[in-house]
Design a protein around this ligand. Structure first.
Ligand code: HSE
Length: 432
């Protein structure tokens, strides 16, 4: 039976919560015509002492969680506080009270997704989390539904806007990481504590969700190798440009011979690769399926209205299910066990910047070690001459991580090598 009103309870009126409230207000007519009933906010749960905001019906805000979870009129609870505690308990409590759940919480879904979806199934409620990955970009539902015909072979993307903004500025302006980070913090583009973004945790959580959905297996955050962007210098960006590459923080998941490869790290990609043209805080996710081929999803990966758009999309989906009594619940799709490839077995091209003495035999000594360890060289550049220290940049062909690491361990002890400036993986292009 179609209800006249579907009631929503929101936990957390921060950036995303405010966006959700604005969208439900601004687009109420379109939403009502799509759902067949009005979709209204019944209550908003906030902490005591919460400061009311302009443009929001502040009379809906309560601090009493008993009254919130036990309100019989609320059909859907939307969790927008982030983090594990108390979000996890709130979501489980909502389900036990028979409420459908929408969440934007990447850390929670990445770490506890399986338990949460099991509880949803046990309680016969929906749990949707489109906004947890890629902000406003539709990606969870496309993977679970529109691309369900495919065996997904690869998911690769830019899924952290802060780092993409910093790397874009570094590339455009040739300035240092720390300088751009500070500026981004001052403008409110980067968090006051940027660790989760710049060290790669945020992208690792999102990749755990993407890979779990794409490969139908439970990927744990601990299985993901990750590195952030703090060691990238303008010098590396300049070398990358001259070699035909752009540096991006990529999240990469591949299924090869039944094993899953999972990594987040700065990556050089050819200028002509579509991800190379994703600038500023935008996100993009590239998917390869064995029937559809390549598809790419692009858009705003964060922000009040874009993330609110994904949340409200989930609310509408659930509201339609409620109204038409149809059981379209997809639930947990992690039905298979797939082993994760050891990072040492992963293959990639590598850019390595050495700082060495300029004297005869240095190139031969380094190349000799690479040769002994099965690391084949694609190109070499030397900059400078005669000074006490010159830059020697190698790009390898596609080689095994463990062979590359074993070579570097030996090369760093060569007397002619002063230091290894940086090592950055290279994906795609002419390397083989
Ligand atoms: N901090 C994230 C980013 C947005 O910079 O992309 C929220 O997931």
């Amino acid at each position: 039976m179609v209800k006249s009103v579907i009631n929503v309870g929101i936990i957390g009126l921060g950036t995303v919560g405010t966006g959700v409230a604005q969208i439900l207000e601004r687009n109420q007519e379109q939403i009502a015509s799509r759902v067949g009933s009005k979709v209204e906010i019944k209550k908003i749960l906030e902490k005591p002492g919460y400061q009311p905001k302009a443009d929001i019906n502040n009379s809906l805000i309560i601090n009493d969680s008993e009254a919130f979870f036990n309100d019989p009129d609320i059909d859907i609870i939307v969790e927008l506080i982030g983090g594990l505690d108390p979000a996890n308990d709130f979501i489980l409590r909502a389900m036990k009270c028979g409420k459908h759940v929408v969440t934007a919480n990447k850390e929670l879904i990445a770490k506890n997704g399986q338990e949460i979806l099991k509880m949803a199934s046990a309680c016969q409620v929906d749990c949707m989390f489109e906004a947890s990955t890629g902000g406003g970009i539709p990606i969870i539902r496309p993977l679970k539904q529109c691309l369900a015909a495919n065996a997904i072979e690869e998911v690769m993307g830019i899924i952290n806007g802060t780092t993409n903004y910093i790397l874009s500025k570094m590339t455009q302006e040739g300035r240092e990481f720390n300088e751009i980070l500070k500026e981004a913090q001052e403008k409110g583009y980067a968090e006051a504590d940027p660790t989760s973004d710049v060290e790669g945790y945020d992208a690792a959580y999102k990749l755990a969700i993407l890979a779990s959905v794409a490969f139908n297996t439970r990927v744990k955050v601990d299985d993901i190798y990750f590195e952030g962007i703090t060691k990238i210098t303008p010098l590396d960006i300049e070398y990358a440009k001259n070699l035909g590459y752009t540096i991006k923080l990529l999240a990469i998941a591949k299924e090869i011979d039944g094993k899953i490869e999972l990594r987040v790290h700065p990556t050089m990609i050819p200028h002509e690769h579509p991800l190379s043209n994703v600038h500023d805080a935008f996100n993009a996710i590239f998917v390869n399926g064995n029937a559809v081929g390549d598809v790419m999803f692009y858009g705003a990966g964060a922000g009040s209205l874009p993330t609110g758009s994904a949340v409200v999309g989930d609310i509408i989906d659930i509201a339609r299910n409620i109204n038409y009594g149809c059981n379209t619940r997809v639930g947990c799709t992690c039905s298979m066990e797939k082993p994760v490839k050891n990072m040492g077995e992963v293959t990639s091209g590598y850019y390595i910047r050495f700082h060495v003495l300029d004297q005869p035999g240095v190139l031969a000594a380094i190349s000799g070690v690479f040769g002994q360890k099965n690391v084949s060289i694609y190109s070499v550049i030397q900059k400078g001459q005669g000074t006490s220290e010159v830059e020697l940049v190698f790009v390898t062909q596609v080689v095994k991580e463990k062979d590359l690491q074993a070579s570097l361990k030996e090369i760093e002890h060569l007397p002619e090598v002063k230091r290894i400036g940086n090592v950055i993986r290279v994906e795609g292009g002419k390397l083989s």
